[in-house]
Design a protein around this ligand. Sequence first.
Ligand code: PLP
Length: 402
Amino acid sequence: MTGMTSSARPHLNRRLAEFGTTIFAEMSALAASTGAINLGQGFPDTDGPEQIREAAVRALRDGRGNQYPPGPGVPELRAAIAAHQLRRYGLSYDTDTEVLVTAGATEAIAAALLALLEPGDEVVALEPYYDSYAASIAMAGGRRVPVTLRPHAGAFRLDLDELRAAVTDRTRLLLINTPHNPTGTVLTREELAAVAELAVERDLLVVTDEVYEHLVFDDAEHTPLASFPGMRERTVTIGSAGKTYSFTGWKVGWVTAAPGLVAAVRSAKQFLTYVASGPFQYAVAEALALPDSYFADFRTDMLAKRDLLSAGLADAGFRVFRPAGTYFVTTDIRPLGEKDGVAFCRALPERAGVVAIPNAVFYDHREAGAPFVRFAFCKQTAVLEEAASRLKTLGAQSPQMS
Ligand SMILES: *Cc1c(COP(=O)(O)O)cnc(C)c1O
């Protein structure tokens, strides 16, 4: 989230000064210059289903979506989004008034915050944050109030008392993310029920980023916040095709919410991109209608990758927080004799030929995130095996060597 340098950007305004450059740019440049395996940014290194790619080609050839699509999104995709929410969660949304297609989840987040916040409004968000949250809150003139997820019994958990204490009279909305990037935490039904109760009691809006809804492992279960009592009318739910179908470059995301909220988000969205991804919208409509077996196979495949990389990291001496969802595994580097994740990640490409992301950059309370490092496992098996074997050399090195 936070910039490493802002002095190099003398023209950047005060709202964005702290977001000068992202860690991803720095780490990807390091990966390129050292030839290291890039487990930093979360994008798959293989494309999604052939049949969906072909659907995009067909749309393009048939001239569907090559010109500005309708502002709210093409009707086929809006209908498919509504059908998906109904089929999977029993949540019913009106295709015309309660669904909005966006340029990825990123635009949905920005548009929701720009539409819903007054200057100075407080946004309570789970820390560590997905990297666009802090910048989007800042662009909207809001103030972020972090609630830190803390390690407890092998996972990063939400302290419900801390969450309650973070809400003030100036709080406008809760910004929730489950399954959670970067920690891999999936909020339990009980935790979500408590979040919902708090939102109702304090009359808060909720923006919930559920882009990893299909990536939950073992006995974890994804429950949309909108399905809890009193939540449907106050919740903006954000989804995306990027992670679920392994087409992160297509940038097709969406919002489902009550008509007033969708209308508000649409007002902001129309002056950001207005519309995007025309032909891809038709392809994603087909993707959303894939049979349950697609989602089950995808999950099984990602679970094997999670286990492979987690085992490799544990072997290499990291403490591993086995994620219940997402593309990412967070580790603690202290067993390796290290304590500063930023320095560790800067040195890792040279030391071991692997790129990772220091979780500290996703925190306001940097010290709370200092020893944690995130690795992406949405990569081919051979790539993960090679990364694991490279990382094994770490244990043999003395910690201060680099
Ligand atoms: C990747 C990601 C996004 C962005 O999704 P796009 O559809 O690519 O814009 C949003 N939130 C989280 C938590 C993510 O990991």
